[in-house]
Design a protein around this ligand. Structure first.
Ligand code: MLT
Ligand code: ZN
Length: 465
């Protein structure tokens, strides 16, 4: 733990009352949504300015204190967990939108701006911030950039990376770097901005970001389709992609739907029970587009790929259909799931899922398994639910035993062990299944450039040596 005299010095660097050491704050700020590692930070510091962040980093270097960045704490890979006496740097007081350029369609955000705050701001300007996910009411832009957050609209809009025009970062040495100057075209060598996106705070902290906005989509319309088996989802995706520009293509299993129905506050999409469901969304900008969607639906039924379906006719119906997918993560959190966030190229998904499913059925026969995800991006979420009677540690340990086999399949399919949740601490021991030894050596060398003393979020992405 950090010595009390060192914490006293930290207090002189920020506004009065902005260093917290009470038990409740240590517990709350020391963790994210994962439950694998008990939080144990030394202190929480809440800077208000870039200069204060720089001072904190210099203090940490001088005193060999490890820092952990903390945003909305909605992470799912323990990337923002302080389990080893670190000092947590939380960006709650750097939460302002600092500027808007209507011509460039850019917004300057402090790192603590909540995703939904940016979405609402964009809406006020008649524009759209397209990166979206269930935790957008709590997650912060700094954290989204740190994890290169994905979500439910990636098939059309890409990941957070696509929307970052420029960044200001404080490196592990305490330097302030201004990266890319918000330019669209900038062919001046290495794009350091991209290194900091998805770096999970291991190189430095994002202290300001210029985010791009897009035009508002027209008349978003969703369909939920029930399929007789998993394999049928892929020709459905192919058929719809051939006819429409999809803004989303998600899937979930019957077990996922059952959990949502168990809540009692979301209407069922239709009566027919199906093993799998696809949720797709498109802009029904003209009647012709809506008719095309219906014709494609009929084609899918004729082919036997779809058993039943529904198309939203109003904003309320659209929202209700999305609840079937968006409420899944929060709903199943009741069962302390062991989460996997794996991806392959879309064409490989059916064979990949079949192989993973066989391993899961063999090794987790007694556990309930809920599949859902962003199938249009090749991203599958495999959630193993903890039996009520079993202790958390015993359950996580038994799930971890199967990782080797799951990740061997991921490796065989040239996939990723983390598609969008990040590596953090929960996946760091498995990085070698997605990255070669040479790549990992390069990544570590890059870290050493920006963070020579190893104080920035140590133990995340890479296992401690
Ligand atoms: C989602 O797709 O719902 C999120 O990635 C969260 C989760 O996987 O639970
Ligand atoms: Zn997801």
């Amino acid at each position: 733990m950090t010595h009390p005299a060192v914490i006293d010095e930290l207090m002189t660097l920020v506004d009065p009352g902005k260093v917290l050491t009470d038990a409740a704050s240590l517990e709350a700020y020391g963790k994210d949504w994962t439950k694998h590692f008990p939080p144990a930070p030394s202190a929480i510091v809440l800077p208000k300015t870039i200069e204060q962040v720089q001072a904190i980093v210099r203090w940490a270097n001088a005193n060999k204190v490890a820092l952990v960045p903390s945003g909305g704490r909605t992470g799912l890979s323990a990337g923002a967990v302080a389990a080893n006496g670190e000092v947590v740097v939380a960006f709650d007081y750097m939460n302002q939108i600092l500027g808007f350029n209507n011509f460039d369609r850019t917004v300057i955000c402090q790192p603590g701006v909540i995703t939904r705050q940016l979405q609402a701001f964009a809406e006020e300007q008649g524009l759209y911030y397209p990166v979206d996910f269930a935790s957008s009411g709590s997650s912060q832009i700094g954290g989204n950039i740190g994890t290169n957050a994905g979500g439910i609209k990636v098939i059309r809009y890409g990941m957070t990376r696509n929307w970052v025009a420029g960044l200001k970062v404080v490196t592990g040495k305490g330097e302030l770097l201004e990266l890319n100057k918000d330019l669209i075209k900038n062919a001046t060598g290495y794009d350091l901005r991209q290194l900091f996106i998805g770096a999970e705070g291991t190189l430095g902290f994002v202290v300001e970001a210029t985010m791009r906005l897009d035009r508002t989509p027209r008349n978003l319309t969703a369909m939920v389709l029930g399929t007789p088996d998993f394999d049928s989802i892929m020709p459905v995706l192919h058929a719809f992609q051939g006819k429409l520009d999809l803004t989303a293509f998600e899937f979930f299993s019957d077990k996922g739907l059952a959990k949502i129905m168990g809540r009692g506050d979301v209407p069922a999409p239709f009566e027919t029970a199906c093993p799998f469901y696809a949720l797709l969304e498109f802009e029904a900008s003209t009647e012709e587009v809506a008719n095309q969607a219906l014709a494609t639906f009929e084609h899918c039924v004729e082919q036997g790929w779809v058993l039943d379906g529904v198309m939203s006719q109003s904003e309320t119906q659209l929202k209700n259909l999305w609840k079937l997918r968006e409420y899944l993560s929060e709903t199943i959190s009741h069962w302390t799931p062991y989460k996997n966030d794996i991806s392959v190229t879309v064409s490989k998904v059916p064979a990949f899922l079949r192989d993973i499913d066989a391993i899961v059925a063999e090794h987790y026969p007694d556990y309930e398994v809920v599949w859902y995800g962003h199938i249009g991006d090749g991203n599958l979420h495999l959630n193993i639910l903890k039996p009520e009677h079993m202790g958390k540690d015993e359950f996580f340990a038994s799930c971890a035993k199967v990782n080797k086999w799951v990740f061997e399949i991921v490796q065989r399919y040239n996939g990723s062990i983390s598609a969008e949740h990040g590596v953090g601490m929960t996946k760091r021991d498995y990085l070698g299944y997605s990255r070669s030894a040479e790549e990992i050596a390069c990544m570590k060398a890059i870290k050493a450039v920006f963070d020579p003393n190893g104080i920035m979020n140590p133990g995340k992405i890479f296992a401690p040596e």
